[in-house]
Ligand binder design. Structure first.
Ligand code: KG4
Ligand code: ZN
Length: 340
């Protein structure tokens, strides 16, 4: 693990969290997240509202991060920002802000890939997490992505499998919406699922080849079954909320963990990490660790603070770019879609 005294500011604005962090070496000095709760009332992120809120919050969030870290702007060695993938309007706010900051402070600019940053969060020095050795596998599960990634070095990553339709986080959120739970629904399914019987209801699992995933069939299966049960008993969802959450959660987690087992069989790699917002899910964390343990695979689970979107992971990924002198200039563009 690399340490040192390089100080980097990390700026994240790809979706609905305005987040800024300061890292020194691999140690996080501050990690400030301003979450936009307003989207909850619409049942999903409204891109226009998200970008306007980023505009309002980004300066204050940065100031708070610098204050908490007790670091002055002049002490920064570089400014790292998420360049994609994500919502274009949201990304534009962070990228434009970082470019302006780089221009006025004359500090180098680093452009970070959001999904790679989720993975690289494992290298933050923290008593609650251990960094995996290279090469390792990573199940990267967020609101927009579901991937099994072969991580060869901090900069070289290969996607071995990905979702062909919805992401795992989307499956959680859409199922939660059908159950009348607020957005984002993943954490609510987790909370109520802990109280329910996961074997009470059975939902269909997709048959997808190799290491790819699919969640849209599950979404349809949940929709039709709920409609049928509600026709028979209009109180059905309310009175079975915990068991429904537990059963849906079990189905999603089984799909994810089964593919992880297959990835180990195919690659022979025995170090497996979790990353992305859905890695905060308690059932996924427990089942992933348990099943990997059975086949003698070492697991790496991120600290909760570094699972959902945060600036710390952007600063950490920026540190690797800085070490390899991979800088951006004022031509840097936000990219809604961005390949690995
Ligand atoms: O990585 P992330 O914060 O943002 C994106 O890059 O998309 O992931 C957000 C996703 C949402 O779908 C949210 O419902 C899900 O992560 N999530 C969870 C949990 N916490 C967050 N899903 C299941 N259980 C959780 N505890
Ligand atoms: Zn994310």
């Amino acid at each position: 693990m690399t340490t040192g005294t390089t100080i980097i500011l990390g700026i994240e604005s790809s979706c609905d969290d305005t987040a800024v962090a300061v890292i020194r070496g691999n140690v996080i000095l501050s990690n400030v997240v301003a979450s936009q709760l307003i989207h909850s009332r619409y049942g999903g992120v409204i891109p226009e509202i998200a970008s306007r809120n980023h505009q309002e919050m980004i300066w204050l969030t940065m100031q708070e991060a610098l204050n908490q870290a007790n670091v002055g702007m002049e002490q920064l060695n570089a400014i790292a920002v998420t360049k994609g993938p994500g919502l274009l309007g949201s990304l534009l706010v962070g990228v434009s802000f970082a470019k302006g900051l780089s221009l006025v402070t004359n500090k180098p600019l680093l452009g970070v890939h959001h999904m790679k940053a989720h993975i690289l969060a494992h290298f933050i020095a923290d008593a609650n997490q251990i960094a995996p050795p290279f090469p390792f596998l990573c199940l990267t599960v967020s609101g927009g992505h579901t991937q099994i990634v072969l991580v060869k070095t901090p900069l070289e990553m290969e996607i071995l499998g990905k979702t062909i339709d919805d992401a795992a986080g989307e499956a959680f959120d859409k199922a939660a919406k059908m159950l009348g739970l607020p957005y984002p629904g993943g954490p609510f399914i987790d909370k109520y699922g802990m109280l329910g019987n996961e074997n009470k209801f059975v939902f269909s699992k997709p048959k997808i080849n190799d290491l790819d995933f699919s969640f849209s069939g599950l979404k349809t299966s949940i929709k039709y079954q709920l409609e049928k049960w509600e026709r028979e008993d209009s109180n059905f969802v309310k009175s079975n909320r915990n068991d429904l959450c537990a059963s849906i959660q079990k189905t999603i987690v089984d799909i994810l963990v089964d593919k992880c087992i297959l990835a180990v069989k195919q690659t022979g790699i025995r170090d497996f990490a979790l990353a992305g917002g859905v890695s905060a899910n308690s059932k996924l964390r427990a089942q992933f660790v348990g099943k990997m343990d059975e086949i003698n695979v070492k697991t790496y689970i991120p600290k909760f603070d570094y699972c959902t979107d945060n600036g710390a992971m952007i600063a950490m990924a920026g540190k690797f770019l800085f070490e390899h002198k991979i800088f951006e200039n004022q031509e840097l563009c936000a990219q809604a879609k961005l390949n690995f």
